[in-house]
Design a protein around this ligand. Structure first.
Ligand code: CTP
Length: 410
């Protein structure tokens, strides 16, 4: 999701910085656009640092008379790429221009050029706010489907008291989320996610592991958090940044993962087992280092516990258990067999032999398999998008069963 945030001139311009943060927290990418007047109140650098994108301030790029046509085209391309355009604060002047189709700077040009939904959060002096001209302009905008986040009443920077204070960043963000259909539909769920590989030691310095990067599990954790779930993430060794999860536990071996999962499963309403848990481990791991002069070591393996099968067997009423299957051949048959054997609510199967799917890439190509034989084949998409589809199924299952997840304290 991508949003353009238009900042026009007013004391409240600094509050737009908080809005950037709130939007980003739900995974929305923010491109800030500022008017010349806004730059009198807050510097573009602040927004560039927060948003991670260069702020657009001029129609034709920086510098007087630079006439940079390339940047003008690039900027207009923004109009096509955004999912919403929010102007906060919106001055009386900007509202008037937008109501009458005037496009004399980048912000107002974007307002005309984009087909994305428009949200405005006015902020101004109370007399300007109450003026018939402003109110009529707002009526024109509303009649075109523009969403107006009305200002609050209170003490105004000009010394007067009344309506005109920019609405809180939280309520502006809420209006944007509603417009973008960003939901908190998992707010009642406690979702336990496992991610990454496990490492099974051979000796003090060596181990058996696999190519899992943890990306799919971390994407699930992130997507679930954005949709309001309480997320418990148990992760094997990965190079990933720890996500913002109330519980984040790093483990190394399959045995440690089993212990952590059993502990957290008590509170979980949903368990998503995305980890690539080792099926076997060296039976006699050495305490010290295996030395070359002792000859070629014979490594005997023993099975680990199938955590998913165990958890599924012990599941509570209403607890949803989802498995993942990495296959290299006969994807549907093999994955279907796992789904039935482990009695899962559904299984996310991916063919790891395909390019752009499976280990250590940002995209995945998966098929969701259900116990009733239903199959949902998803096209190639980012792991975050795959996570979105997996979570949609959780919502569907809840809707069908009428059983709601209970949020419990952990
Ligand atoms: N899994 C698990 N504990 C294990 C092995 C696997 O919980 N010891 C889980 C994985 O997290 C995954 C699912 O089981 O959700 C399927 O893992 P996978 O390795 O594809 O399947 P296996 O059942 O181990 O079968 P195989 O390796 O023979 O394909």
């Amino acid at each position: 999701m991508r949003v353009a945030l238009g900042v026009s001139g007013g004391i409240a311009a600094y509050k737009a910085a908080e809005l950037v943060r709130l939007l980003q927290d739900k995974g929305v990418e923010v491109q800030v656009v500022m008017t010349r007047n806004a730059r009198e109140f807050i510097t573009p650098l602040t927004f560039a640092a927060l948003s991670g994108h260069k702020v657009i301030t001029e129609m034709f790029g920086e510098g007087q008379g630079s006439g940079n046509v390339e940047s003008a085209i690039e900027h207009i391309a923004l109009a096509q790429s955004i999912d919403a355009f929010v102007v906060a604060p919106a001055t009386a002047n900007v509202l008037a221009k937008m109501a009458h189709g005037i496009a004399d700077d980048f912000l107002t040009t974007l307002g005309l050029a984009t087909k994305a939904p428009l949200i405005v959060a006015p902020a101004m002096n109370v007399n300007m706010w109450e003026h018939t001209a402003t109110q009529e302009n707002l009526e024109i905008l509303r009649s075109r489907g523009v969403r107006v986040v009305s200002p609050d009443e209170g003490y105004l920077a000009c010394g007067m008291t009344g309506a005109g204070r920019l609405a809180s960043p939280a309520s502006i963000a809420q209006a944007v989320f509603e417009t973008l259909n960003i939901r908190e539909d998992l707010a009642k769920e406690v979702i336990l996610v496992t991610a990454g590989p496990t490492e099974e030691p051979l000796d003090a310095v060596r181990y058996l592991s696999n190519r899992s990067s943890g990306k799919m599990g971390y994407a699930l954790a992130e997507a679930a958090r954005r949709r309001g779930a309480r997320v418990l993430l148990v992760s094997g060794p990965t190079r990933m940044e720890p996500p913002t999860a109330p519980v984040f536990e790093r483990i190394r071996t399959a045995a440690e993962m089993e212990e952590a999962v059993s502990r957290h499963a008590v509170a979980a309403t949903v368990i998503l087992m995305a980890a690539a848990v080792a099926d076997f481990r060296p039976a006699n791991a050495q305490i010290g280092k295996i030395k070359k002069q002792d000859g070629i070591p014979r490594v005997e393996l023993e099975p680990t516990v199938d955590i998913l099968a165990e958890i599924s067997q012990r599941r509570r009423n209403g607890q949803i258990v989802v498995g993942f299957a990495a296959e290299t051949e006969d994807l549907i048959e093999n994955a279907g067999a796992k789904l039935r054997a482990k009695r899962l609510d559904f299984l996310v199967a991916n063919d790891v032999s395909k390019k752009d799917a499976g280990f250590d890439v940002d995209t995945n190509i998966v098929t969701l398999l259900f116990p009733d034989g239903r199959k949902v084949e998803l096209k190639k998409m980012s792991k975050l998008e795959v996570a979105g589809h997996v979570l949609d199924q959780i919502v569907e299952i809840r809707k069908k069963s009428g059983v709601r997840g209970q949020k419990s304290e952990v």
